[in-house]
Structures are given as C-alpha cells and as structure tokens.
Design a protein around this ligand. Structure first.
Ligand SMILES: [Zn+2]
Ligand SMILES: [Zn+2]
Length: 369
C-alpha cells in the first residue's frame, strides 16, 4: 500500500515536471476543413534586443501548444552587438528553424524594420535574406522585403513611445504604402496593448487582423494571470499545418485573434470558430414540463461569456452566464409549450466582430421529449 502511494506520488510529480508548472497547451477547434493553427508572428531573441537564445523561443511555443512562430529581430536595433556581433540578420531565424523543425514547430523567417514614426515598425515574414533589407530609406527596405515575396504588417500602431495618445492612426505615408499594396496586415494586439482603432483600420482597409506577443523576456513572466494569462495569439485557419498554408491563410485574411479574455475577428471567421467552440451536446425536455435542459460544451481554451438573446427566458440562471474553457454547462430554457424545434440565440460578450460589437450566434434546437 505504502509502495503504491509512493509510486502514485512520484508519477504525479513526474507529470508536473514534464509539463512545467504553468505550461498549458492551448487549443481551439478546427472547422470547415481548415486547421486552426495557433501562431505568434512577432518575437525577439538576443540577436536584437530580446533576452533569450532562439531555441528557447521554440520550447516556449511548444509548451503553450503553438503551431508556428516568426522570429522577427530588429534590423536597426542590436544592443547586444558587443557580445553577439550583428553581422548576419538571418542567424536567429536559422538557429530557431533548425531546432524547431526537429520538434515539429513551424518557424517563419521574419525581420522587424525598425524606424521612427512614420512609418514606425513593420514586420516582414517569409523572407529569404534579411541582410538585404538593410537600407537607409524605410520604404526601400519595405520594397526589398516585397521583392523577396514577403508578407508585411504594421506593428504596434498604438505604441505610446511613437504615438503618445495610444490612438492608432494612418499617416499619409501609411496611406501611400497601402495604395502601393505594401501593407497586408496590422497588429490589433501587441504585447499587452489592444487597439479598437487598429481594428477599425483593419476593417476599413481590408487588412489581416493580428495579435502578437512582441516578446523580449520570457513568455511565462510577461503575461501573468489574471490580467492576461497567455501570450497574444493569432489563430490562423489554414488548409494544412505548413508554412505555405499559413501564408495562404494570411493572404486571405483567415485569422481570429485571442488576447487576454477576448476573441476578435470578422464575422466570416469568428462565427464558425464560435460555433465549433460552443457545441450543443444534447437537449431534452424535463419530465412533465416545458423546460428544456440544453447541455453546451466549450471546446476552446477561452471561457465564453454568454448572454441569452432569444425570446425564451432561462430557468437556472439570469440572462448572463459563463461556460468555462473545456467544460460543460447545462442551460435550462422555458419554451412555454413543448416544441419540436426552437432557436437558441446567444450573444458572446467576450467576442467582437467590430469595435464594441459582439458576435451573435444561433442554434436550431430539436429537443427530445
Ligand atoms: Zn517594434
Ligand atoms: Zn518587436
């Protein structure tokens, strides 16, 4: 008996050791034939002003269940160059990619073009040679990235070091870059900052919506609960788990972002993600009543904050309730008479399709009688 208990205890500690204390692999369900991939497209290492070696970025990402990361060290800011000479701007990517490939993580070759505002900072992804982007004129650097076939996005337009009021705003140079099709996406979330104004710019200018960590220190120390609890993540809906498929998905703006406790995206992709995440498992009339018990399951890593917006009132809660990540919730709804079918209409209070506008989802319920 004693021995069995000891084995049980040691196994328990093995598991804790294996996964690390706060490591928690996140996941969101796939839908419509797309694979939902968890990605972070803005990451620094000691090769610019980050504080860790590139391989640590791979291990951090795997602990959190990420599918892909982009290493995007600064091209114009290398404060560790006394110890790590800034001679080859491809190196941090190469080191991370060699290690990541062995471990099943997709590592994307990026660089951060780091300039005064305007244009501020832009990340170029899927590069072939970062060194070629070392140009005096920022627009020339952006053009060179494009020549290499890069996918380019505007970083942290809400960063108060470059925009003291924190209000993301297109300058005439950004408008010019948009006109020349040199910007494909925008960070609505960078580090701990969320920007409704960036979201608005994305929607108005047809840009892909991104949430990235811009991590410099360790991920575990930088995004503690309850404020955030996980790094900002861009969910990418890709046809397969590959770098090319991620690129194709980004080109077609198939993203939803996950920051702190909220999900943000266009109706086109947020709706199927919510429908795949929040699933009706069963619906059955309680005996001799017209009250239906509906079992809902949350298959995502985010708690969903839900408001009933349908015509029937609820029996076991008021109009607002929370369905915890990975858990079930039984909702009792009063349909007045026994029905073959009715609509369950829900507003997801922590999921947005436009600034200040929540997504609404509905389910056709056919309860067992
Ligand atoms: Zn930056
Ligand atoms: Zn950065």
């Amino acid at each position: 008996m004693k021995k069995a208990t000891a084995i049980l205890f040691s196994c328990f500690f093995c598991i804790i050791d294996l996964f690390g204390q706060s490591a928690q692999p996140y996941s969101f369900p796939s839908f419509s034939g797309y694979h939902t991939l968890l990605c972070d497209f803005h990451i620094h290492t000691v090769f610019s002003d980050g504080l860790v070696w590139p391989t640590i970025r791979v291990d951090e990402a795997l602990r959190e269940g990420l599918d892909a990361i982009a290493i995007t060290d600064h091209l114009e800011y290398t404060p560790h160059d006394r110890d790590i000479p800034a001679v080859d701007f491809n190196r941090s990517y190469e080191i991370a990619a060699e290690y990541g490939t062995k471990k099943g993580l997709i590592v994307i070759h990026g660089s951060e073009i780091t300039r005064e505002m305007p244009p501020g900072h832009l990340n170029a992804l899927f590069l072939s040679n970062s060194n070629m982007l070392k140009k005096e004129d920022p627009v020339e650097a952006i053009r060179e990235a494009r020549k290499q076939g890069a996918w380019i996005f505007w970083n942290h337009p809400m960063w108060t070091a470059q925009k003291p009021d924190g209000m993301a705003e297109l300058t005439s140079l950004h408008k010019q870059l948009l006109k020349e099709n040199l910007i494909d996406g925008i960070e609505v979330v960078n580090d701990n900052n969320f920007s409704d104004e960036s979201f608005e710019i994305a929607l108005k200018n047809n840009l892909a919506i991104l949430a990235n960590s811009d991590i410099h220190g360790l991920v575990d120390w930088s995004f503690p609960a309850p404020q955030t609890g996980h790094r900002p993540i861009t969910l990418v809906f890709a046809r397969e788990k590959s770098s090319d498929a991620i690129r194709e998905a980004l080109e077609n703006h198939r993203t939803v972002i996950w920051h702190a406790h909220i999900l943000v995206g266009t109706q086109e992709f947020l709706e199927p993600l919510i429908k795949a995440s929040l699933v009706v498992e069963s619906a059955v009339y309680q005996p001799k009543t017209s009250v239906v018990s509906i079992t809902l399951v949350n298959k995502s890593s985010q708690d969903l904050y839900v408001e009933n917006t349908g015509k029937f009132t609820l029996h076991n809660t008021g109009p607002f309730f929370i369905i915890k990540a990975g858990e079930k919730y039984v909702l009792e709804i009063k349909t007045i008479s026994k029905r073959d079918q009715f609509e369950l209409a829900l507003k997801i209070v922590n999921a947005y399709i436009a600034p200040g506008k929540n997504i609404q989802v509905s389910y056709l319920i056919s309860p067992e009688k």
